[in-house]
Write a protein that binds this ligand. Sequence first.
Ligand code: F0G
Length: 460
Amino acid sequence: MAAFKTIIEPFKIKSVEPLGFTTESERARLLAEGGYNLFNIPAAKVLIDLLTDSGTSAMSAEQWAGMMRGDESYAGASSFYRFEAAVRELTGLREVIPVHQGRAAERILFELLGGKGRVIIANTHFDTTRANVEVSGAQARDLTVPEAAKISVPYPFKGNIDTLALEGCLRELGDRVPLVIMTVTNNSVGGQPVSMANLRETGRICRDYKVPLFLDCARFAENAWLIKQREPGFAGVPVRDIAREMFSYCQGAWMSSKKDALVNMGGFLALSDAALAKKAREVLIVGEGFPTYGGLSGRDLEAVAIGLGEVLSEEYLSYRIRSIEYLGEGLRKAGVPIVEPTGGHGVYVDAKALLPHIPPRLYPAQALACEIYRLGGIRTVEIGSLMFGRKNKDGSFVPAKAELVRMAIPRRVYTQSHIDYVIEVFGELARRAPDIRGLDLIEASEHLAHFTAKLAPAAP
Ligand code: F0G
């Protein structure tokens, strides 16, 4: 191709869905009725839905064709063998266990390897990972690199684990650590990538201390592309080879395939340890299903197998990551502070910097997310004290490290004009920032509170 600079959407659209147009007063009413929790807003009342990139991808014509070929046999379906081959080829891990989504793999894994007295170490546990670790009785410890806390500083690999701290912990805790997790990309700190150097060094440390390394690989392809773009020595390496090298350092992996497998439902747990896999299949049969479908229909297995190949297309990944950068550039120009640099699957707005007048105990990021919806019908998600804040036993409030609003971009769904609209709405919101009020928490459950919490506007 000629060297034109515009990076276009590398697809054309065959099937369309209408967007949910509403009025501002209707949205204000829906917010009040839904307890200022955006999980309670009906999707038909959302114009641009950036709540999550999980399960929201547009599938390709090939994947839909695969759905028709799906083999729905209870045991030994041919779709399972295609799924197994695709996962083996990507990860190099022999034992492939399908599950209905990522957290099902987490539940099985921590039921087997977690438990009281154990400590699970990660670059950062995603919220469902942390919940499954804690439900098992184990402790989840994040060893995020200090650079990740400097929101406005564009360090290229903020997803990394602090390898010095990791070595210290393994020395101190010994066999209380049953596994180390690398989340690629690191969702909770801004969809930030982990470098190959960091993966390699972590692999070495884990080998030295005889602790298995697991990848939580929901967004492995975006991580691989960001390595290609940002890490010296990888510019000329095919992204598929980069992905394979990432997996070469681990003994296990699980995937919420609802992200980088470009499907609406699915996941897997992949292991090298056959004895552990045998136990995992026993747990699987009780809660998910027979080991050749694990909570998925044959057509879902087929779509994952195809998606795992499609996602490694370099045309797709260059468009994907460029479209995230484009949103980041627009917001920056509109005066909206964001996590720098932009990462793999979305742009994270720094609500603490935009709303310095709202203290963390009044959930500034949730307040901002509600305002974006009220003003422009855009749904985002809070990654701040509503998701990660805690109450001490004495009732005192421990805020999250950062107050972020995540705009996660569904894959292959929105076009550039949708993103231009988002930038325009945010520009207006930034001008109105001083008028935004905080929210009081009225009701919350113990685990994963943000899904069901109810809030109300705080008194001025
Ligand atoms: N690990 C990571 C890194 C994730 O981002 C998610 C889900 C999971 C595990 C759990 O997978 O949802 O299939 O059970 N993340 C979604 C999100 C929900 O919006 O970021 P799941």
